[in-house]
Design a protein around this ligand. Structure first.
Ligand code: AMP
Ligand code: MG
Length: 391
């Protein structure tokens, strides 16, 4: 059986880079940038004041300077200071010709239309042209999933239609005769479908476009027809039916719909029955229906797959913490990713496993903010160092 890392490598190797499109800045958050964003001008574009105060020359000989004008931010009037002169200036306003420093207004002594010449040697309070970046500097590299601060940088260099990856198109079917809509009151034998909203919400967070989502009974012929009715998607997710029970149809459903299975089953707890299949450039996961398995598998496989398709860095960023609990003293032959709560205490993360009865226990996961990694065969004791991933 493949390890998580081996299985992920197989998945990522089958991912194809998606086409690009241009979107408005307002729609670009969480999209992956596909061309380097470079400065279209020096920033600041001109020497400007860092303070509200008075622009003057530092080698001024006069004891009192005459105030000859006022320069606001946005002002384009050309003031030229001559010896014995100064100008009122505000933060962001261009420094007038002839001035080489700004006196903070808190330090100014003003009398009528005159300013007392301050002692020299004070800081200049000038932001120099190009001190932030120069024309052509790389500001946001291609491959970045754009955050709000990145959008602000793009805006400041006039990139209002950034080139980004189109969003991966995802189809999801939740399979199981027992599933009902969460708005319904289940009757005997039924349970509410909680995986569909989990997937819809994670896709919204991770940049996938959910183009179709519905529930399917455990039935082969109609299931195949439902899959075949979907066209043009990049990724198909099937929830439930991925293991080897008599009514576990994920594998035959995918095979009858023309997919070839690349692997079925990985050395992971929870989430062992994971199924991965491909049809041309279309990819499919069969996910065991247990909600905790879902949450773990989606974090481990879906997030990096979407990132790879969009041209972003897909590697898992493991952090290091110390186990706070005694849940895993004995090793398990499978590598585990266990819901835990990571808290920073005195400079290091304490990782408290959350009590979960089984991989079907969705109630426990709401108390977790991370997944604790327990290597195959290894036990973990109180205070042992361990890796974790944010959930
Ligand atoms: P399966 O993978 O189909 O064998 O399902 C494993 C367990 O997960 C069963 O107890 C199912 O009832 C449960 N399950 C499957 N799909 C869902 C779902 N969408 N929401 C909640 N529980 C599910
Ligand atoms: Mg089932």
């Amino acid at each position: 059986m493949k390890t998580v890392a081996e299985a992920l490598a197989v998945v990522l190797a089958r991912a194809t880079l998606l086409e690009t499109e241009r979107v408005s800045l307002g729609n670009a958050r969480s999209r992956v940038l596909r061309e380097d964003a470079r400065a279209d001008r020096d920033l600041p574009p001109f020497d400007c004041s860092a303070m509200d105060g008075y622009a003057l020359r530092s080698d001024e000989q006069h004891e009192w300077l005459e105030l000859v004008g006022e320069i606001q931010a946005g002002n384009r009037d050309e003031i030229v200071l001559r010896p014995g002169e100064c100008a009122r200036i505000f933060t962001g306003a261009p420094i007038p010709a002839g001035a080489n420093c700004v006196l903070m207004q808190e330090d100014a002594e003003v009398s009528g239309n005159r300013l007392k010449n301050p002692p020299c040697g004070a800081p200049t309070h000038i932001r120099r042209r190009g001190e932030n970046c120069a024309l052509g500097d790389l500001l946001v590299p291609a491959g970045r999933r754009l955050r709000s601060v990145d959008l602000a940088v793009l805006a400041s260099c006039g990139i209002t239609q950034p080139l980004v990856s189109r969003r991966p198109q995802v189809v999801h079917f939740a399979t199981g005769n027992e599933l009902v809509d969460p708005a319904q009151t289940p009757v005997d034998g039924q349970i509410r479908d909680c995986n569909s909203i989990l997937i819809a919400s994670l896709l919204a967070e991770w940049g996938g476009d959910l183009v179709h989502q519905s529930r399917l009974p455990d039935e082969l012929e109609n299931g195949v027809a439902s899959i075949l009715a979907q066209e043009g998607f990049d990724l198909l997710l099937l929830s439930g039916g991925a293991s080897v029970g008599d009514y576990d149809y994920a594998r035959p459903l995918l095979e009858k719909a023309g997919f070839s299975v690349a692997f079925h089953g990985i050395n992971l707890r929870p989430g062992k029955p994971l199924l991965f299949a491909t049809r041309g450039r279309q990819l499919a996961f069969g996910l065991p229906g247990n909600p905790v398995s879902h949450a773990v598998l989606l974090r481990l496989f879906l997030a990096p797959l979407l990132a790879t398709m969009e041209g972003a860095d897909a590697s898992h960023s493991f952090l290091q913490g110390l186990v706070d609990g005694s849940a895993f003293q004995k090793g398990n032959p499978r590598e585990s990713f266990w819901p835990c709560h990571a808290d920073c205490e005195e400079g290091s993360y304490r990782l408290r496993p959350v009590p979960i009865k089984s991989s079907g226990d969705i109630t426990g996961i709401t108390n977790a903010n991370a997944l604790l990694r327990i290597p195959a065969g290894q036990g973990l004791q109180q205070d042992d160092p361990a890796q974790f991933l944010w959930l």
